[in-house]
Design a protein around this ligand. Structure first.
Ligand code: SF4
Length: 493
C-alpha cells in the first residue's frame, strides 16, 4: 500500500477526521486569544454592537479592530447615535481599520437603513443582513452565528485556508468553501467553526509559516500546500549583534494580508528593509506604519502603486537619506539610506531590465550610480547594502542558467555589472557561508516554481570589503511566504 506522510512524518489518512480535529482544537483555542467579534458578544450581548464590530473587523486585524471598537463604543451608546455623528467624527474614531472612510459612511447610514428595511430591528438572517450597507456574506454569517447563536457558516480567509490545508474541501475562494461546508459540515459545528479556526489561524496555523511544531493536530493534518515554520537556529550567543532582514514584499499592503506583521514581530530583527512597497506612506494603515517597537521610514515612487522602499528600525538613525540625488532614480523610489553610528544601511530596489531588455540602459545607469554612491559612503564608515538586485550573479544562482542567458536578470551586461560591483570592493555575504547550489530568493508564480524550487537568487546583503569581519552570518529564509521573493538576513556585529 502506498502510504503518504505529512511533513512531520505522520501518515496521512485518506479521510480527514474533522470531529477529532474540532474536538481537540475547541479545547486548545480556550487558551488562545478570543476573536474580537466573539469578545464583543461575550462582553455586551448586544446584536447591534456585534454587527458594528463585525463591519469594522473586515480586512482588519483583531488588535486594530479592538482599539477602534473600544474608542467607538465609548462615544456611541446606542445605534441611533451613529446617524447623529458626522462621518468625519466616525472616521476619526475607527481609524485605522481597513477602508475606514467607506466603513464610516456605512455606519452613518446603518440606523436609517435598519429603520427603513426592518423597522429598526437588527435582522437575524443572512439574506436580510446582506441588504445593509457594508455587510457582505461573511459579515452576515458572523452576525447570525455570533450575534444570534443561530447556525450559519461564516467563512473568512482562515476558515477557507485551513479547511483546504486539511483537504476537507478543495475550493478556490471563501464563497465556494462556504457552500461546500454547508453541504458537508455537521450543523452542530456551524456556529463555532469560525471562532475556532480564526483563533487557531491567528496564533498557530498562521498564513505564513504555520507553527506545526506547536500544533495539537499535527498527527491528523495532511498539511496540503504548507511550508511549516522552521525553528530558527541561534547563530550567535552575542546579543549585541544586530539581526537585519531584507525582503522584496511585492506590495506591502498585499503582504500585510498574508501575515507580514506577524513575520516582523516573530523575526525580532533590529532592522527590516522592504522593497517594491507599491504604496505612498499616506496609503498605509496605522498597523503597518507603527508596528510596535519599530519606527518606519518610506521612500516611494512618484507613480502610485509602483516600486518604492521602506525600512523598519528598532534603532534610531543619525540621519535619513532619501534617494541618491539622481532624479531619474529618485522619482522611482529606488534607494533609502539610514545612517547609524558605525554604519550606513542602504536599502535598494534595483530596476528590472524588463522584457527584451527594454530598460537595460536605465538599469545599468542605476547600477553605476548606486556603486558610486556606496563607495563614497564607505570612505566614512561601514556600508551594508541590501535589497532586490534583480540579477542572478553566477550560474549557480539560478536553476536554468543556460536558457536564461539572454533574459532579464541574467543577461551578460547585467552579470558584468554585478561583477564590477563585487570587484569594486563589496562582498556577497551569503556566499561567505554557503557555496552550494539550489539557494534561491525568487520564484515565478507560474508552473509551481516555488514548490519545485525552480528559482533565482536575486536578493542580497552586501557589505564593503573592509567590514568583512563584522559579518557573523548570512542566510536565505525560503520558508517565509507572502511574496514571490523570500527574505534574506544578515547577522552583524
Ligand atoms: S499548524 Fe500545521 S499541522 Fe497544524 S493544522 Fe496548520 S498546517 Fe496542519
Amino acid at each position: 500500500m502506498n502510504i503518504k506522510f505529512n511533513k512531520l512524518n505522520y501518515p496521512v489518512m485518506k479521510k480527514f477526521d474533522i470531529d477529532k480535529a474540532i474536538a481537540i482544537l475547541s479545547k486548545r483555542v480556550k487558551e488562545l486569544k478570543t476573536p474580537i467579534v466573539d469578545l464583543v458578544k461575550a462582553q455586551t450581548n448586544e446584536p447591534w454592537k456585534v454587527l458594528v464590530a463585525t463591519i469594522l473587523s473586515a480586512r482588519t486585524t483583531d488588535s486594530t479592530t479592538s482599539q477602534a471598537v473600544s474608542k467607538l463604543f465609548k462615544r456611541v451608546n446606542n445605534i441611533d447615535d451613529l446617524s447623529r455623528m458626522p462621518v468625519s467624527r466616525i472616521e476619526k474614531l475607527i481609524y485605522p481599520v481597513g477602508f475606514y472612510r467607506n466603513k464610516a459612511k456605512f455606519l452613518k447610514k446603518l440606523p436609517g437603513e435598519l429603520k427603513k428595511l426592518f423597522k429598526g430591528r437588527i435582522p437575524d438572517s443572512v439574506e436580510e443582513l446582506i441588504r445593509l450597507p457594508g455587510v457582505g456574506r461573511k459579515t452576515a454569517n458572523l452576525v447570525v452565528s455570533v450575534g444570534f447563536n443561530r447556525p450559519a457558516v461564516c467563512v473568512d480567509t482562515h476558515v477557507h485556508r485551513i479547511m483546504n490545508i486539511w483537504g476537507y474541501v478543495k475550493t478556490k475562494n471563501p464563497l465556494e468553501t462556504e457552500m461546500a461546508l454547508r453541504k458537508k459540515l455537521d450543523k452542530k459545528y456551524w456556529i463555532s467553526i469560525n471562532s475556532i479556526l480564526v483563533a487557531y489561524g491567528q496564533s498557530i496555523c498562521r498564513p505564513v509559516s504555520p507553527r506545526c511544531n506547536e500544533c495539537d493536530i499535527e498527527f491528523l493534518c495532511p498539511q496540503t500546500g504548507v511550508t511549516p515554520r522552521k525553528i530558527k537556529k541561534k547563530t550567535s550567543s552575542n546579543k549585541n549583534n544586530l539581526s537585519l532582514i531584507s525582503w522584496n514584499v511585492n506590495g506591502i499592503r498585499a503582504s500585510v494580508k498574508k501575515g507580514f506583521i506577524d513575520f516582523v514581530k516573530d523575526s525580532k530583527a533590529d532592522i527590516i528593509a522592504v522593497q517594491e512597497t507599491k504604496a505612498q506612506p499616506e496609503q498605509l494603515s496605522e498597523e503597518i506604519i507603527n508596528i510596535p517597537g519599530y519606527t518606519s521610514y518610506w521612500f516611494s515612487a512618484k507613480r502610485k502603486g509602483y516600486s518604492g522602499v521602506g525600512i523598519f528600525s528598532k534603532l534610531k538613525p543619525i540621519s535619513i537619506i532619501n534617494g541618491i540625488n539622481k532624479k531619474e532614480f529618485d522619482d522611482e523610489g529606488r534607494a533609502l539610506t539610514l545612517e547609524y553610528e558605525t554604519f550606513y544601511f542602504v536599502n535598494c530596489y534595483f530596476p528590472n531590465s524588463q522584457h527584451e531588455l527594454l530598460r537595460l540602459d536605465y538599469k545599468l545607469r542605476f547600477n553605476e550610480a548606486i556603486l558610486k554612491y556606496c563607495r563614497k559612503l564607505s570612505r566614512k564608515k561601514s556600508v551594508i547594502i541590501c535589497g532586490d538586485f534583480n540579477v542572478a550573479h553566477k550560474a549557480i544562482d539560478l536553476k536554468n542558467p543556460k536558457s536564461n542567458e539572454q533574459n532579464p536578470g541574467y543577461s551578460l551586461p547585467e552579470r558584468n555589472s554585478m561583477d564590477k560591483f563585487i570587484d569594486s570592493g563589496f562582498i556577497d555575504t551569503f556566499r561567505m557561508f554557503n557555496k552550494g547550489p539550489d539557494n534561491y530568493t525568487w520564484w515565478s508564480y507560474r508552473f509551481n516554481a516555488r514548490e519545485r524550487n525552480i528559482g533565482w537568487r536575486i536578493d542580497y546583503f552586501c557589505v564593503d570589503k573592509k567590514s568583512e569581519s563584522r559579518v557573523v552570518n548570512a542566510e536565505i529564509l525560503p520558508d517565509i511566504t507572502g511574496s514571490d521573493h523570500c527574505p534574506v538576513s544578515l547577522e552583524w556585529k
